[in-house]
Design a protein around this ligand. Structure first.
Ligand SMILES: Cc1cc2nc3c(=O)[nH]c(=O)nc-3n(C[C@H](O)[C@H](O)[C@H](O)COP(=O)(O)OP(=O)(O)OC[C@H]3O[C@@H](n4cnc5c(N)ncnc54)[C@H](O)[C@@H]3O)c2cc1C
Length: 471
């Protein structure tokens, strides 16, 4: 039976890092906003499977929207991270040239970075080996990118969504938007049995942003899924490296890098493979072998290190070099698509820009009286043991002392907190992104059964629902 929902001022399609950042930004105004997501959770598409670098945008095309929005986003995200508890480590990056051709590209990269407001410092091979003594032979020189860093890939989306939710934004999960009807100043979005009416629509549908754009009658860009496969090495390898080791980027990809993670591992990848299928997040033998080969060149000692997991993510690549952000005032429609390789770092800048565009339209933006703040559970390795190893916290709640996931040291209390949070996880993968459970050495071999038992207390779930890994 068809159900029609009351009208919203704004409907956002897509609950990735871009859609949730926009939802949070809009929650600061007196607007009736809904976020519509095809899957059961936020941040379960491309936003959960990236390299988690805090990009300065030094290599973005100078003058591009991407370069401008990254610049302003980094500033915002840094202070927001401190405010709400998003793990960021300012490791710095070293861009390494391994052959003469790459060495020859360094001055142009330095110049582009200067145009983007970043100062990169040239390094000799000897200087690089002094900073990172475990790098493999063959380094010819490089650039020091002091501002580059690493960030938790999961907490930003969850923080944006949580803050949006507690400040009045509605979330509608498992509702893929399948058709759009434009009426007199109102758009009807059909998703499953529901029809949502909204004055304005924002398209933040990631890999499907081109399809939504077409539903509005446009043909401005086509999204190709560019798969990136990655390997996570065991925590014992972390001491081998302190900086992000970046390659010289090419036209199509930033290339394979090796970096520490805020969870205390090393991460190698990603590959860059254009695929016809927007669902294909498989990891392959070819990808694995390629990464292993490159890893051996970058850091030979990696060969002796244990691999914890492999995964892949799909970049929303388009035929254009820049973000596809287009405002259609007549249609009351804003397209925020093709956010390919920098959406995590650029999210807050993109969201601010969206509000600026809307402010210049016929939409009235009146700030709310009280925008509620939040504090997220801290998932970083640096202050990680805060709750589960803090005697005061355990005294207040003994469940913080009952460790369930021994690899990542996650307590029963943290699992229960996640289940009681404003946006509880709909499945085990969602629980992992909220607490770090299941993502350690044993990959859930030890704790899955007990986690399932706890989750079942919040309502029965089928095995399929529990084990769902979206994308
Ligand atoms: C391998 C890899 C490495 C990367 N490394 C970095 C990095 O180091 N640093 C960085 O800043 N960025 C990085 N990125 C880029 C970053 O991850 C993306 O730019 C960002 O996640 C895109 O977010 P999004 O919200 O646009 O898309 P998504 O996260 O894909 O969200 C879009 C959402 O829209 C939903 N949706 C789609 N169609 C519909 C519909 N019809 N109805 C309702 N909902 C719909 C989807 O289910 C999805 O949840 C990387 C990406 C990849 C793949």
């Amino acid at each position: 039976m068809e159900m029609t929902q009351p009208g919203y001022d704004i409907a956002i399609i897509g609950g990735g890092v871009v859609g949730t950042a926009i939802a949070r930004e809009l929650a600061q105004y007196r607007l009736n906003t809904v976020l519509i997501e095809a899957g059961p959770d936020v941040g379960a598409g491309t936003s959960k499977a990236n390299t988690a670098l805090f990009h300065t945008g030094f290599d973005a095309p100078p003058g591009s929207l991407e370069a401008r929005l990254l610049k302003r986003s980094i500033k915002r995200l840094k202070s927001y991270a401190l405010e709400v508890g998003i793990p960021i480590e300012h490791t710095g990056g070293i861009l390494v040239a391994w052959n003469q051709e790459q060495l020859g590209k360094l001055p142009a990269l330095e110049e582009d970075a200067r145009k983007n407001g970043e100062t990169l410092h040239p390094l000799t091979a000897a200087q690089i080996y002094q900073i990172e003594p475990h790098l493999g032979p063959g380094v010819l020189g490089g650039l020091n990118i002091k501002e580059e860093g690493i960030i938790c890939p999961f907490t930003p989306v969850l923080a944006f969504a949580t803050q949006a939710k507690i400040n009045g934004v509605d979330f509608l999960f498992n509702h893929p938007v399948t058709s759009i009807t434009r009426g007199n100043n109102i758009t009807q979005l059909t998703c499953r049995q529901k029809t949502i009416n909204a004055s304005w629509v924002i398209n933040a549908a990631g890999l499907y942003s081109d399809k939504i754009d077409q539903l509005f009658g446009h043909n401005r860009f086509r999204v190709t899924a560019r798969r990136g496969q990655l390997i996570i090495y065991d925590k014992a390898s972390r001491s081998l490296l302190s900086h992000i080791i970046l390659p010289v980027p090419t036209q199509t990809t930033k290339g394979v890098m090796l970096a520490p993670t805020v969870f205390g591992n090393l991460l190698l990848g990603p590959t860059a493979e254009d695929l016809p299928n927007k669902h294909d997040t498989a990891t392959t033998q070819d990808g694995y072998l390629l990464l292993q080969k490159m890893g051996r060149q970058i850091l030979p000692a990696l060969q002796q290190e244990e691999i914890t997991a492999t995964y892949s993510g799909l970049r929303a690549a388009t035929e254009h070099e820049d973000y596809q952000i287009h405002l259609d005032e007549k249609q009351r429609y804003l397209c925020v698509g093709g956010i390919r390789s920098t959406g995590l770092s650029g999210s807050m800048g993109i969201a601010e820009y969206v509000v600026e565009l809307l402010r210049a339209s016929d939409l009235t933006l009146q700030p709310t009286d009280a925008f509620k703040s939040i504090a997220m559970p801290y998932l970083g390795e640096d202050q990680y043991k805060k709750v589960s190893h803090n005697p005061d916290c355990i005294k207040q709640n003994p469940d913080y002392g009952r460790i369930l996931c021994h690899c990542e040291q996650v307590s029963r209390g943290e699992i229960i907190d996640a289940m009681n949070s404003p946006l509880p996880p709909p499945n085990l993968d969602g629980l992992r992104r909220r607490t770090r459970c299941l993502q350690g050495r044993c990959q859930g071999f030890y704790c899955t059964a007990e986690l399932v038992e706890i989750m079942a207390q919040w309502g029965p779930m089928s095995q399929n629902e529990l084990l769902a890994v979206d994308q």
